[in-house]
Structure formats: structure tokens, C-alpha cells
Design a protein around this ligand. Structure first.
Ligand SMILES: Cc1cc2nc3c(=O)[nH]c(=O)nc-3n(C[C@H](O)[C@H](O)[C@H](O)COP(=O)(O)OP(=O)(O)OC[C@H]3O[C@@H](n4cnc5c(N)ncnc54)[C@H](O)[C@@H]3O)c2cc1C
Length: 439
């Protein structure tokens, strides 16, 4: 008889688990509370301009093997656009300079790029190169912060400010003071494992276009995605999950269950089901702020710009990244990671601060050039993984043999990213398949 799995949550983790199981001949029903799939990776139409924009700029690196495999399954991998040459433009009050190489990025090309980079002195450049060269031999036995790790490894304050801090904020959505060095070292090891891994990719289309074919693919494998259906409770019988219920009390059952939810939503379902949900106190969220800006004239910047000395962290030129912007205006987005303090301000204040900073950096000369802005404040963008709680990330297995969990925050040893979400979904699907083999 065909085995059945219920998956709850159609973010990247749930979709990846669903596709792997469906392709293995298992019948999957994937429930999603919202009307659209994709979770924290989605797009919508901006009413004022008619342009489709994302819930925040997402970038991918060549090491995202599991996320890329998901896109290959969905036949959308070719919609990603790799940077032809590694290039990050750094902008501070004194002007801009590119960390760039026309070779593919690896340890040696990065070293060459660093030596031409004018924002750093010679000592800082040497310190960065030496740390990258020895990174494979680094072991973190007792957890420390990234800042302590970088200082112990003789990184200058300039190297930390211009090179490491933007990288840590972008990958861990956490400050250098609080980020656990073990996860950061793991990221650097993976990035410099080979030339391909450090390559930066963008989506050339709005994110939802990458993900939506999941509907058709699952149908092809006799499975389905059921949207607008929030699963609120599980029934435990003889230490096994027997069935689950949606918000209006409709019952659904399967042979195994995967909850692909953010940790607070998982805690809620567990608590409704009488399952211990102590872990809801383990983590806080780390907010991300995105300001989309439409202008009449082009700003003098690259595809990807690290902003230094401001609260704004990154500026992306979407006119260069997307194939086209339908409104015909120039479109940019500013990203602020780990935005705990700023996100408490009124939205008008946040937008004003960002625009003032772009003005201070000489990027926006006249505010009359701005046609429209759209601010997105995601207070629950990712879990805040810090030194204190990094060991508390939950495993995929639960106390119930036919129940598995996944999501970017579970213990994948990766930062809470699309790759962590996709990997966790794959691991949950593999555990479900092993469970079926053993019963
Ligand atoms: C602004 C922003 C920028 C980011 N930038 C990057 C980046 O550049 N690179 C990168 O790798 N990552 C980035 N991320 C992180 C990335 O988006 C997430 O790591 C990833 O999308 C998480 O996927 P997930 O499947 O684990 O969880 P989610 O996307 O949260 O999926 C969970 C799903 O479950 C649904 N759900 C919840 N409760 C229920 C219920 N009871 N019943 C049914 N369904 C339910 C939710 O609606 C949601 O669709 C960014 C995130 C944000 C917000």
C-alpha cells in the first residue's frame, strides 16, 4: 500500500521535503496556512508602481547545494543569475571602492582582489588572507563570539569593520559580538572549499516565480499542496501521531508527519497537542528591514554594495539584477540585518533614516528624484542564533517515531538561511523514508 505523509508548512523546508518524498513514490499532502507558498521567501505586487517585489532581497552563494537541487527539481535553477565576476562595491563617507576580481572567486582570487582594495591597509589585508588560508584547520571546541574569534586571530579593527562584519551580518543576521564563531567558521570553510562555492547568485525574477512550480510538480507525483489551511493540533495515540486537525476541526491522517514550521509556530502546535513546548523560550527573532526605492535617475552604485559606517548595511541595484523593471523607473533596495533597535521606530522614521543615510553617502543627491518607497519590516525574519542558544537548535527527530521537524532554525549547523531550510527538509524526508523501511 502507498505510504502517506502530511507536511505542515509550505516554506522552502516543507516544499523540499514534499518533493523528495513524492519523487520517492510517497503520497504527500502539504498544508499551508497562507494563500501563497514560499513562506519567508515570496513576492508581491507593489500597488503604486505595479512592480513585483520580494519580501526582502535574497542572495544565494554557490555552496547552496540543497536549495539549488530544489530549484533544479522545479526547473527554475536557470532563472538564477550568477555574478559574472566576483564584485562587492564598498561605500562609505569617503567614497566607494570595489572588492573585485575577474577570476572566479576562491582563496587566491580573493587575495588578489584584497590587494587592490583601497579601503584596507596592508596589515588588514594580510590578516584576512592568513585567516582564510588556515581556516580549514580551525576548530572551535569552546564556543566564543565571532568578535573574540576574529581578535584572537589577529584581525585588525579595519578588517573586522570592512570585511568580516558585513559578511557576518549577511549570513548570520546577527551582530559580530553575539554570532557564534563555530557557525561562522563553518560558513567560511564551505565558502572557500572550492572556487564555485563563493560565487554570488541573484534571482533574475521575483522569488515566487522560482517556487510556484511546486504545485504542478507535486500534482504530477499524485501529491498536492493545500493552501489556506492552518494545522493546529496533532493527536498522539500510543506514542505515535495518529492524525492532525486544522483550525476548523477537520481531521486528516497519514503514516508519518513532518512539521516544517518556524519555532514559535511549532511550539504553538506542540502546546495545543499536549506535547512539551519548552523550547519556545530558547530563541528570539532577529528582524530584517528592507526599503525598496524607485527613482527617476540612476544611483551611482553596483549590483551589490556594502554600506559602511551607517545603520543601512546593503544596497542592491534591482534594475541591474532583474531582467526588467516594468514601471520603467530605477529600482533599489536597502537591507538592514539584525535590526532590533531600528525596527522599534515608527515606519516613517525608519524610511527617513535610510534615505538620510543614502544622502550622507552621496548616493541620493535630491529627494525629489525618489518616486516611491516601500518599507518592509520583518520582525521575525530569522531566529536569533547566538552563542548562548546555538546548542539548543532542535534535531529533526522527535520523541514520536513518525513525527519529524524541519525549518531553517533546526540543527543543521548552518546559519538560518534558504540552504539550511532546504537541507533540513531533505533530512526530514530521509528520516521519514527510513521510518517506513523500518516498519
Ligand atoms: C527579509 C529576508 C531576507 C532574507 N535574506 C536571505 C538571503 O539573502 N539568503 C538566505 O539564504 N536566506 C535569507 N533569508 C532567510 C530565508 O528566507 C529563510 O531561511 C527561509 O525562507 C526559511 O524557510 P522555512 O521553510 O524554514 O520557514 P518558513 O519560510 O517560515 O515556512 C514556514 C511555513 O509554514 C507556514 N505555517 C506556519 N504555521 C502553520 C500551520 N499551523 N499550518 C500550516 N502552515 C503553517 C507559514 O505560513 C510558512 O509558509 C531572508 C529572510 C527574510 C525574511
Amino acid at each position: 500500500m502507498k505510504r502517506k505523509v502530511i507536511i505542515v508548512g509550505a516554506g522552502i523546508a516543507g516544499i523540499n521535503a514534499a518533493i523528495i518524498l513524492a519523487k520517492a513514490g510517497i503520497e504527500v499532502r502539504l498544508f499551508e496556512a497562507k494563500k501563497n507558498i514560499g513562506g519567508r521567501c515570496f513576492s508581491f505586487t507593489d500597488n503604486s508602481t505595479g512592480d513585483v517585489i520580494d519580501n526582502g532581497q535574497h542572495i544565494f552563494i554557490g555552496a547552496y547545494n540543497n536549495f539549488f537541487d530544489l530549484l533544479r527539481n522545479l526547473n527554475t535553477f536557470d532563472l538564477l543569475k550568477p555574478q559574472s565576476n566576483f564584485e562587492i562595491n564598498y561605500i562609505d563617507k569617503k567614497g566607494s571602492d570595489k572588492l573585485a576580481t575577474n577570476l572566479s572567486c576562491g582563496k587566491l582570487p580573493l587575495a588578489l582582489a584584497l590587494f587592490n582594495f583601497r579601503k584596507l591597509d596592508f596589515k588588514s589585508k594580510i590578516s584576512i588572507v592568513l585567516l582564510i588560508l588556515k581556516i580549514n584547520n580551525v576548530r572551535i571546541d569552546n564556543e566564543i563570539s565571532c568578535l573574540d574569534f576574529l581578535r584572537q586571530n589577529l584581525q585588525t579593527e579595519l578588517a573586522i569593520k570592512y570585511f568580516w562584519e558585513p559578511l557576518i551580518l549577511a549570513t548570520l543576521n546577527q551582530s559580530v559580538e553575539k554570532s557564534p564563531a563555530s557557525i561562522f567558521v563553518q560558513v567560511i570553510k564551505i565558502m572557500f572549499q572550492n572556487v564555485q562555492n563563493a560565487k554570488i547568485y541573484f534571482s533574475s525574477v521575483p522569488l515566487s516565480k522560482l517556487i510556484e512550480p511546486a504545485h504542478y510538480l507535486l500534482q504530477k507525483y499524485n501529491s498536492e499542496i493545500i493552501t489556506n489551511t492552518e494545522i493546529t493540533k496533532l493527536d498522539v495515540v500510543n506514542n505515535i501521531i495518529a492524525n492532525c486537525y486544522d483550525k476548523v476541526g477537520q481531521e486528516y491522517n497519514a503514516d508519518a508527519y513532518i512539521l516544517a514550521l518556524s519555532f514559535d509556530r511549532l511550539a504553538r502546535v506542540f502546546s495545543n497537542s499536549g506535547i512539551s513546548a519548552d523550547f519556545q523560550t530558547y530563541f528570539e527573532f532577529s528582524p530584517i528591514i528592507s526599503l525598496y526605492i524607485w527613482t527617476k535617475t540612476k544611483l551611482d552604485c553596483s549590483e551589490i554594495n556594502a554600506l559602511v559606517g551607517t545603520q543601512s548595511h546593503w544596497l542592491f541595484d534591482l534594475t541591474k539584477i532583474y531582467n526588467s523593471v516594468s514601471s520603467g523607473y530605477s529600482l533599489y533596495t536597502v537591507t538592514i540585518s539584525n535590526a532590533k533597535e531600528l525596527c522599534r521606530l515608527p515606519h516613517s522614521e525608519i524610511s527617513k533614516t535610510i534615505i538620510e543615510e543614502l544622502n550622507y553617502l552621496g548616493l541620493i543627491k535630491k529627494t525629489e528624484d525618489i518616486v516611491h518607497t516601500k518599507l518592509i519590516v520583518d520582525k521575525k525574519a530569522t531566529v536569533s542564533i547566538d552563542i548562548a542558544n546555538s546548542k539548543k537548535r532542535l534535531p529533526i527527530e522527535t520523541a514520536y517515531a513518525n513525527l519529524f521537524i524541519c525549518g531553517d532554525w533546526v540543527n543543521t549547523l548552518l546559519p538560518a538561511t534558504l540552504e539550511s531550510a532546504a537541507l533540513s527538509g531533505k533530512l526530514a524526508a530521509e528520516r521519514a523514508i527510513s521510518y517506513f523501511k523500518s516498519t
